[in-house]
Design a protein around this ligand. Sequence first.
Ligand SMILES: [Cu+2]
Length: 157
Amino acid sequence: MRMKDYIGMKRQVLGLLAVGACIVVGLNLTGCDKQEQSKTPEVVMSDVKPAASYEVRGIVKSMPAEGGKMLLQHEAIPSFKNKKGRVVGMNSMTMPFPVGEGVEMSGLKEEDKVEVTFVVTWGEKPYYITEIEKLPAETELNFGEMSMDMHGESGEH
Ligand SMILES: [Cu+2]
């Protein structure tokens, strides 16, 4: 196979992966999903950034069945990056989080307030929780909209 064909194919595959991950993480990422429709052909290997990790507070809406996902209402994550590494933020929302192996969840139940650490790989397992810490019941959480510009810094779209 010629090198040019190979690169072209790789771009297509990456584009598809990126769109998939985008949908999984949540269409509230307006910057993310708009961009995918128009810019997919430009996605190249060097644009795909390695995993990022985030800490966010929230309320447990449902505990995961074994190996399943925890439903979490989480606060806004202004630092959330899209797969190109651009900060697009994520508004507060309720969404399922796969729980990584070995994460301690004993003593947790629905309606508990927690701080979770999760990683986003944009890979086969796009995101998952790596740590959960229970917060005091009186902790005040803010599920309001994010106050930053949802379109990130560069405004390229
Ligand atoms: Cu979310």
